[in-house]
Design a protein around this ligand. Structure first.
Ligand code: SAM
Length: 243
């Protein structure tokens, strides 16, 4: 596939402008390098089925960035992206929030290896990709209850995802969860999980990703109570028997 850099950058720039996000040439260049490395490694490791430039711009880069205007960031924050895959949304958000620290977590070692190479290639600091399952990492004291923000896209239904995400948050911390058109049913089915884990839905926002027809929603969850030690249950159980 022949990729035209000028065309890629101009489409990316247009999308970012449509999102009303401020950006620099350096950030556009970083996303271009991200794309090239992603395409190269995808041939070996099958990181994603979405590879066409316009599709990656819309479905991965802009869809990751669309939440930036919904954030209330006043000081340096500590983020965790659960099930980050090839870095969506956490890696892309880091490029636009360079002062924040990001932890990218995934249970697939090939994706984590890709991300650590990309972090090195882009010369980034304050970001780290870790191989493991959310259910296991949430039991470790340096991780548990230590994040201001958790983000996650396309990992599990809301009731399962809450059991992964809420234990990592500080009290008052927020989870930014990307969801599709079934979000209302998912919220209905997650009421029990919210109660048990000590969290509540703060807000649901319809997202508008430039050039993307698909319905996208952001569910913002706030942790308002401590979570009992027994959650998350051991690896695999949250998905097998959602709260
Ligand atoms: N968030 C990325 C995106 O939107 O492109 C990747 C989505 S992919 C469909 C789901 C990812 O979640 C996979 O890379 C998988 O390895 C990871 N995953 C699933 N369950 C997990 C768990 N319990 N802990 C950590 N990672 C998990």
């Amino acid at each position: 596939m022949k990729i035209n850099k000028k065309k890629f950058i101009s489409q990316l720039e247009k999308g970012i402008k449509d999102l009303d996000i401020s950006y620099s040439n350096e950030q556009l260049q970083q996303l271009w390098e991200y794309y090239l490395f992603f395409i190269e490694e995808n041939k070996k490791y099958n990181l994603s089925t979405i590879t066409e430039p316009e599709e990656v711009i819309k479905k991965h880069f802009l869809d990751s960035l669309v939440i930036l205007n919904q954030l209330n960031i006043d000081q340096r924050k500590r983020w965790l992206d659960i099930g980050t895959g090839a870095g969506f949304p956490g890696m892309v958000l880091k490029l636009f929030l360079p002062g924040d620290s990001f932890y990218l977590l995934d249970s697939s070692s090939k994706k984590v290896n890709f991300l650590n190479q990309l972090i090195y290639k882009l010369g980034l600091s304050g970001i780290d990709a870790t191989h493991g399952r959310a259910e296991d990492l949430a039991k470790i004291s340096e991780w548990r209850g230590s994040f201001d923000f958790v983000c996650s896209r396309a990992v599990a239904s809301l009731n399962v995802l809450l059991e992964y995400a809420v234990p990592f948050l500080k009290i008052g911390g927020l989870a930014y969860l990307y969801k599709g058109p079934e979000y209302k049913t998912e919220i209905e089915e997650a009421k029990n999980a919210l109660d048990i884990l000590g969290a509540k839905i703060k807000k649901t926002i319809e997202l508008d990703v430039p050039g993307l027809e698909a319905e996208r929603y952001l569910i913002i969850v706030e942790k308002n109570n401590s979570t009992e030690e027994k959650y998350p249950r051991r690896a695999g159980i949250p998905k097998k028997r959602p709260l």
